[in-house]
Design a protein around this ligand. Structure first.
Ligand code: ZN
Length: 196
Protein backbone atom coordinates (compact mmCIF):
# COMPACT_ATOMS: atom_id res chain seq x y z
CA UNK A 1 0.00 0.00 0.00
CA UNK A 2 1.42 3.38 -0.95
CA UNK A 3 -0.35 5.12 1.91
CA UNK A 4 -0.87 4.56 5.62
CA UNK A 5 -4.32 3.72 6.83
CA UNK A 6 -5.53 5.10 10.13
CA UNK A 7 -7.45 2.00 11.26
CA UNK A 8 -6.14 -0.82 13.36
CA UNK A 9 -6.24 -4.13 11.54
CA UNK A 10 -8.73 -6.31 13.41
CA UNK A 11 -8.70 -10.07 12.70
CA UNK A 12 -11.09 -11.32 10.04
CA UNK A 13 -13.85 -13.65 11.24
CA UNK A 14 -14.07 -17.04 9.57
CA UNK A 15 -16.80 -19.43 8.44
CA UNK A 16 -18.15 -21.24 11.48
CA UNK A 17 -18.02 -18.11 13.66
CA UNK A 18 -21.67 -17.42 14.61
CA UNK A 19 -21.19 -13.66 14.16
CA UNK A 20 -21.27 -14.27 10.39
CA UNK A 21 -24.79 -15.69 10.64
CA UNK A 22 -26.02 -12.90 12.95
CA UNK A 23 -28.01 -9.96 11.64
CA UNK A 24 -26.24 -6.64 12.25
CA UNK A 25 -28.16 -3.83 13.95
CA UNK A 26 -29.01 -0.39 12.53
CA UNK A 27 -26.54 2.34 13.48
CA UNK A 28 -28.08 5.17 15.50
CA UNK A 29 -24.94 6.85 16.90
CA UNK A 30 -22.94 8.84 14.35
CA UNK A 31 -19.53 10.47 14.69
CA UNK A 32 -16.08 9.54 15.81
CA UNK A 33 -16.55 5.98 17.02
CA UNK A 34 -18.38 5.08 13.86
CA UNK A 35 -15.60 6.69 11.77
CA UNK A 36 -13.09 4.56 13.64
CA UNK A 37 -15.08 1.40 12.80
CA UNK A 38 -15.00 2.42 9.11
CA UNK A 39 -11.21 2.93 9.34
CA UNK A 40 -10.82 -0.53 10.89
CA UNK A 41 -12.88 -2.11 8.12
CA UNK A 42 -10.74 -0.43 5.44
CA UNK A 43 -7.53 -1.48 7.18
CA UNK A 44 -8.54 -5.15 7.36
CA UNK A 45 -9.88 -5.15 3.78
CA UNK A 46 -6.70 -3.55 2.43
CA UNK A 47 -4.55 -6.05 4.35
CA UNK A 48 -5.90 -8.68 1.94
CA UNK A 49 -4.74 -8.27 -1.64
CA UNK A 50 -7.93 -9.65 -3.17
CA UNK A 51 -10.33 -7.72 -0.90
CA UNK A 52 -12.99 -5.62 -2.64
CA UNK A 53 -15.49 -5.36 0.20
CA UNK A 54 -15.85 -6.01 3.92
CA UNK A 55 -18.87 -5.95 6.23
CA UNK A 56 -18.79 -5.27 9.98
CA UNK A 57 -19.57 -8.93 10.90
CA UNK A 58 -16.28 -9.82 9.26
CA UNK A 59 -14.37 -8.04 12.01
CA UNK A 60 -16.77 -9.26 14.69
CA UNK A 61 -18.92 -6.12 14.89
CA UNK A 62 -22.67 -5.96 14.53
CA UNK A 63 -23.27 -2.44 13.25
CA UNK A 64 -24.78 -2.18 9.77
CA UNK A 65 -21.70 -0.85 7.94
CA UNK A 66 -19.64 -2.07 4.99
CA UNK A 67 -16.69 -0.74 3.00
CA UNK A 68 -15.78 -1.39 -0.63
CA UNK A 69 -13.03 -0.77 -3.17
CA UNK A 70 -13.88 -2.20 -6.55
CA UNK A 71 -11.20 -0.22 -8.42
CA UNK A 72 -11.79 2.60 -10.91
CA UNK A 73 -12.58 5.12 -8.17
CA UNK A 74 -15.40 2.92 -6.90
CA UNK A 75 -14.38 3.19 -3.26
CA UNK A 76 -16.46 4.05 -0.24
CA UNK A 77 -18.49 2.85 2.70
CA UNK A 78 -22.17 2.81 3.57
CA UNK A 79 -23.85 2.93 6.97
CA UNK A 80 -27.36 1.38 7.23
CA UNK A 81 -27.24 0.27 3.58
CA UNK A 82 -30.30 -0.70 1.57
CA UNK A 83 -29.57 -2.35 -1.76
CA UNK A 84 -31.85 -2.62 -4.78
CA UNK A 85 -31.40 -3.99 -8.25
CA UNK A 86 -31.50 -1.68 -11.27
CA UNK A 87 -33.11 -3.32 -14.31
CA UNK A 88 -33.80 -6.98 -14.96
CA UNK A 89 -30.38 -8.16 -16.09
CA UNK A 90 -28.48 -10.73 -14.06
CA UNK A 91 -24.80 -11.53 -13.96
CA UNK A 92 -23.30 -14.92 -13.24
CA UNK A 93 -19.65 -15.54 -12.57
CA UNK A 94 -17.66 -16.72 -9.63
CA UNK A 95 -18.07 -15.29 -6.14
CA UNK A 96 -15.85 -15.70 -3.12
CA UNK A 97 -15.70 -14.35 0.41
CA UNK A 98 -12.77 -13.29 2.60
CA UNK A 99 -14.46 -15.04 5.55
CA UNK A 100 -14.91 -18.28 3.58
CA UNK A 101 -11.35 -18.65 2.29
CA UNK A 102 -10.24 -21.14 -0.30
CA UNK A 103 -13.45 -21.65 -2.26
CA UNK A 104 -15.47 -19.91 -4.93
CA UNK A 105 -18.94 -20.63 -6.33
CA UNK A 106 -20.64 -19.20 -9.44
CA UNK A 107 -23.43 -17.02 -8.03
CA UNK A 108 -26.18 -15.18 -9.89
CA UNK A 109 -26.63 -11.54 -8.88
CA UNK A 110 -28.32 -8.46 -10.33
CA UNK A 111 -26.04 -7.02 -13.01
CA UNK A 112 -26.60 -3.46 -11.77
CA UNK A 113 -27.45 -2.26 -8.28
CA UNK A 114 -27.93 0.84 -6.19
CA UNK A 115 -27.09 1.09 -2.50
CA UNK A 116 -28.42 3.89 -0.34
CA UNK A 117 -27.56 4.69 3.24
CA UNK A 118 -25.64 7.19 5.33
CA UNK A 119 -22.13 8.41 5.97
CA UNK A 120 -20.49 8.65 9.41
CA UNK A 121 -22.24 11.98 10.02
CA UNK A 122 -25.68 10.57 9.23
CA UNK A 123 -25.94 12.30 5.85
CA UNK A 124 -27.51 10.42 2.93
CA UNK A 125 -25.25 8.68 0.38
CA UNK A 126 -26.03 6.70 -2.77
CA UNK A 127 -23.76 4.53 -4.91
CA UNK A 128 -24.60 2.78 -8.15
CA UNK A 129 -22.58 0.18 -9.92
CA UNK A 130 -22.55 -2.74 -12.27
CA UNK A 131 -20.44 -5.86 -12.57
CA UNK A 132 -18.10 -6.29 -9.63
CA UNK A 133 -19.42 -3.26 -7.71
CA UNK A 134 -23.03 -4.46 -8.03
CA UNK A 135 -22.01 -7.94 -6.89
CA UNK A 136 -20.08 -6.44 -3.98
CA UNK A 137 -23.03 -4.29 -2.76
CA UNK A 138 -25.35 -7.32 -2.79
CA UNK A 139 -22.77 -9.59 -1.11
CA UNK A 140 -22.00 -7.08 1.69
CA UNK A 141 -25.64 -6.30 2.49
CA UNK A 142 -26.23 -10.07 2.69
CA UNK A 143 -23.43 -10.21 5.31
CA UNK A 144 -25.21 -7.57 7.39
CA UNK A 145 -28.35 -9.73 7.22
CA UNK A 146 -26.32 -12.69 8.54
CA UNK A 147 -26.31 -14.37 5.12
CA UNK A 148 -23.21 -15.83 3.42
CA UNK A 149 -23.11 -16.21 -0.35
CA UNK A 150 -22.80 -19.99 0.07
CA UNK A 151 -26.21 -19.90 1.81
CA UNK A 152 -27.63 -18.91 -1.57
CA UNK A 153 -26.71 -22.40 -2.81
CA UNK A 154 -28.84 -24.65 -0.57
CA UNK A 155 -28.24 -27.78 -2.67
CA UNK A 156 -24.49 -27.26 -2.66
CA UNK A 157 -24.16 -26.08 0.94
CA UNK A 158 -23.76 -29.54 2.55
CA UNK A 159 -20.73 -30.37 0.37
CA UNK A 160 -19.29 -26.86 0.79
CA UNK A 161 -19.75 -27.18 4.56
CA UNK A 162 -18.07 -30.61 4.62
CA UNK A 163 -15.17 -29.25 2.61
CA UNK A 164 -14.73 -26.22 4.90
CA UNK A 165 -14.92 -28.35 8.05
CA UNK A 166 -11.90 -30.21 6.74
CA UNK A 167 -9.90 -27.01 6.25
CA UNK A 168 -6.83 -26.48 8.43
CA UNK A 169 -8.26 -23.21 9.84
CA UNK A 170 -11.76 -24.54 10.59
CA UNK A 171 -12.73 -23.90 14.21
CA UNK A 172 -10.58 -20.77 14.40
CA UNK A 173 -13.04 -17.91 14.99
CA UNK A 174 -10.85 -15.22 13.40
CA UNK A 175 -7.37 -14.74 11.93
CA UNK A 176 -5.00 -11.84 11.42
CA UNK A 177 -5.45 -11.15 7.68
CA UNK A 178 -1.69 -10.53 7.37
CA UNK A 179 -0.75 -13.88 8.89
CA UNK A 180 0.76 -16.73 6.86
CA UNK A 181 -2.04 -18.94 8.17
CA UNK A 182 -4.70 -16.73 6.61
CA UNK A 183 -2.75 -16.49 3.35
CA UNK A 184 -2.49 -20.29 3.28
CA UNK A 185 -6.25 -20.57 3.88
CA UNK A 186 -6.89 -18.27 0.93
CA UNK A 187 -4.48 -19.91 -1.46
CA UNK A 188 -6.37 -23.20 -1.76
CA UNK A 189 -8.92 -22.30 -4.42
CA UNK A 190 -11.56 -24.97 -4.73
CA UNK A 191 -14.27 -24.08 -7.25
CA UNK A 192 -17.71 -25.55 -6.57
CA UNK A 193 -20.06 -25.92 -9.48
CA UNK A 194 -23.68 -25.38 -8.45
CA UNK A 195 -25.05 -27.41 -11.36
CA UNK A 196 -23.58 -30.65 -10.00
ZN1 ZN B 1 -17.96 -11.90 2.17
Amino acid sequence: MPFRLPGRCPPITLYGNPVLRTRAQPVTAFGRELASLVDDLFATMYAIETGVGLAANQIGRLERVFVFDCGDDETGYVVNPVVERIGDDDQDGSEGCLSVPGISVPTVRAARARVQGQDVHGDAVTYEGDGLAARCFQHEVDHLDGVLYVDRHPRLLPSVDRHLQGAEWYGTPALDPRSPRYKRAQSADTPFDPVM
